[in-house]
Design a protein around this ligand. Structure first.
Ligand code: XCC
Ligand code: SF4
Length: 654
């Protein structure tokens, strides 16, 4: 195949390792359609911004410092490089935290309306989880009605957002020793609105100009994401829509069907998706699709909405973030409905090229040029029915030949914390004990969370897949969420058969339990399931008494969003060594870098790490896991298969 070159000569295979996406990028070039890969190749990332060496917080500036001589100059106000970087970092964390809290609060609003009987379109699906959660945060449940417990739970969780003084409700779930560290550093969040407000206030010109003090508010803000808004989003969505348990799902563009009306839901809040499920299954809609000549209506998800509903209901998933433009290039998408977050404005133009209705649904996320059909959760199907009708009409009038890459990865997803408990311990003695035992005896070396976005500045899926392969080969059990989980699903690593790629110890555990070596937990707010899993591991015993003691590590190797930075920081503040790829918004050789990459660990938390290379990321994570095993005195328990970097490079070069 001869590929037409874009302005900058980059081969399509260097954009992505996902073959379906490659096929569509080739088609896009033939069709004269541009994607974010082309734009990234032709727009050099701003080098000053990449180093976080500029400030535009006031109009005595904007000021830019020299990253190669970071202390050679200060801003007009005198702000030095550490202040500038810390303030920039703080604002990223504030924005990411705001997004997750906004999402969580929307779920909590819906929950309140359902409990009060004001919304009859949704119901409480998991009353067992409702009661367990209520009990966990100190709500009386004995001899009380579900409605009363639910109302108390609502009022309690609302504090996550609105509380002015005190500790957020889920601080009760934090292992005592970890909480003690937070209290010592005064970083236990009060409420999200307060923390985000204070973060923004403290980064204004003339406010907090000591990076060691700014970091405190950065951590406190990030923690109200992980242990606050995101956790509320996960827990309330489980209660309303059902707690996930393993389900076999197909992932990749091959889930689209040429002879059906294809609808994609892309975004983050599951309420839209739940209503869309009801719409596409309604007999009237199916009938009308058939009248239009379709065999049926085919619903698939993308990005986090998709990851969440895939895990919860087994809805097929069409791809991760970097495939959201390419999927439209198939010509097979009869409507794409979006809600909030990670919706690129470029979708408008790509959708226009293929006559695909691109429909925004949320009042807080409209796109210039898209059709807006507002989603009202008090009459949800009015919106989703209208989208289905638009899709059917587009199907009937399809103007272009359809080309669907015949690729799917079949795997098992939906490993909620509740299920992991059950899977390992059985229904009568559900517990994390078997996991801890297998870590102590060395069959499992440790646990890694590999999560986050894809980013057109790196080859799509490559870093995710190589990193995870390297980890499981070294007996590290991998848990996943978001676009990373989708990358591994496409690569076939989420199936139990993938256990053959694991080291002997991990493989034995996987084969005994019948689980894949890579456990998909859901969307990015579901990263909180990892926090809960860590807390359970601490509570179960034998692996130290704070999260910082655990042989665990986290990674977002292809991240692109500020939400990812917030997530990284809440893992670090919770005690987890967290590594990022792509690029890190920091000036090298500064005190602020030293604080993030070293100092925080000395304060009893985790720390950051960075490398663009998957093998180096794996090496860093495994070295950290081994360091923790050694500190716990369990390092001798395993036969160590040390990975030698020069060896493996030699093998690869051969
Ligand atoms: Fe967005 Fe959540 Fe990143 Fe994917 S992983 S690109 S944030 S959809 Ni959350
Ligand atoms: Fe420049 Fe200081 Fe204003 Fe930032 S706050 S733009 S460093 S003068």
């Amino acid at each position: 195949m001869v590929e037409k070159k874009t302005k900058k000569e980059i081969e399509i295979k260097d954009f992505s390792t996902c073959e379906a996406t490659q096929q569509m990028l080739a088609k896009a070039r033939r069709d004269g359609v541009e994607t974010h890969f082309d734009r990234a190749a032709n727009m050099k990332a701003c080098p000053i911004g990449a180093d976080s060496a500029c400030c535009k917080h006031c109009f005595m500036g904007p000021c830019r410092l020299n990253a190669r001589d970071p202390y050679g100059k200060v801003g007009v106000c005198g702000a030095n490089i550490d202040t500038i970087q810390a303030r920039n970092f703080g604002r990223m964390v504030a924005t990411g935290t705001a997004c997750h809290n906004d999402h969580g609060m929307a779920m909590l609003d819906l929950f309140r309306d359902v409990v009060q009987g004001k919304n009859k379109d949704y119901q409480i699906k998991d009353t067992i989880k409702l009661e367990a959660l209520a009990k966990e945060i100190g709500i009386e449940t004995e001899d009380r009605s579900v409605k009363d417990i639910a109302m108390d739970l609502y009022h309690e969780l609302e504090k996550t957002y609105t509380q002015v003084e005190g500790e957020i409700p889920f601080a009760k779930r934090v292992p005592p020793k970890t909480l003690e560290t937070w209290r010592k550093h005064n970083i236990v969040p009060r409420g999200a609105m307060r923390e985000i407000m204070e973060m923004l206030s403290r980064t204004h010109i003339g406010m907090d100009q000591d990076y060691t003090n700014i970091i405190q508010q950065i951590s406190r803000t990030a923690l109200v994401d992980g242990w606050g808004g995101s956790m509320v989003a996960t827990e309330i969505s489980d209660i309303l829509f059902g707690t996930p348990s393993p389900v076999s799902v197909e992932v990749n563009m091959g889930v689209l069907k040429e002879d059906q009306v294809n609808i994609i839901v892309h975004g983050h809040e599951p309420n839209l998706f739940e209503s869309m499920l009801a719409s596409v299954n309604s007999p009237a809609m199916i009938e009308s699709a058939k009248e239009a000549g379709a065999k049926g209506i085919n619903l698939a998800g993308m990005c986090c909405s998709g990851a969440e509903v895939m895990s919860r209901h087994g809805v097929p998933h069409a791809g991760n973030f970097s495939s959201t433009e390419p999927v439209i290039v198939t010509g097979a998408v009869d409507a794409m409905a979006v809600d909030v977050q990670c919706i690129q404005q470029a979708l408008v133009d790509v959708a226009k090229c293929y006559d695909t209705p691109l429909i925004t649904t949320n009042p807080r996320c409209k796109l210039d040029g898209a059709t807006h059909v507002e989603f009202d959760e008090h009459n949800p199907m009015a919106c989703t029915d209208e989208i289905v009708i638009k899709a059917i009409s587009r199907f009937k009038n399809r103007k272009f030949p359809v080309e669907i890459p015949q690729k799917v990865g079949v795997g098992v997803h939906g490993f909620s914390n509740e299920y992991i408990n059950y899977m390992l311990g059985g229904s009568f003695r559900a517990s994390y004990t078997p996991l801890n035992e297998n870590i102590i005896n060395g069959r499992i070396r440790g646990v890694a969370g590999v999560v986050g976005c894809t980013n057109p500045r790196v080859r799509q899926d490559y870093v995710h897949v190589e990193l995870v392969k390297e980890l499981i080969k070294n007996d590290v059990l991998v848990v996943q969420t978001g676009c990373s989980q989708i990358a591994l699903a496409k690569a076939g690593l989420t199936s139990p058969e993938a256990a053959v790629l694991a080291g002997d110890g991990l493989r034995e555990v996987c084969e005994t339990v019948g689980m894949p070596p890579v456990l998909g937990l859901g969307s990015c707010v579901d990263n909180t399931r990892i926090l809960i899993a860590c807390s359970e591991m601490v509570r179960t015993g034998g692996l130290g008494d704070s999260i910082a003691d655990l042989p665990v590590a986290g990674a977002a190797p292809e991240y692109m969003s500020e939400k990812a930075i917030a997530i990284g920081q809440y893992f670090v503040a919770s005690g987890v060594f967290t590594v990022f790829g792509v690029t890190f918004p920091i000036t090298k050789g500064t005190k602020f870098e030293e604080l993030l990459f070293k100092g925080l660990e000395e304060q009893g938390m985790g720390k950051w790490g960075f490398s663009p290379d998957p093998y180096e990321l794996a090496r860093m994570m495994i070295a950290h896991i081994d360091k923790k095993r050694q500190a716990l005195g369990i390092d001798k328990a395993r036969e160590r298969v040390l990975m030698d970097m020069s060896d493996r490079r030699d093998i690869e070069a051969a």
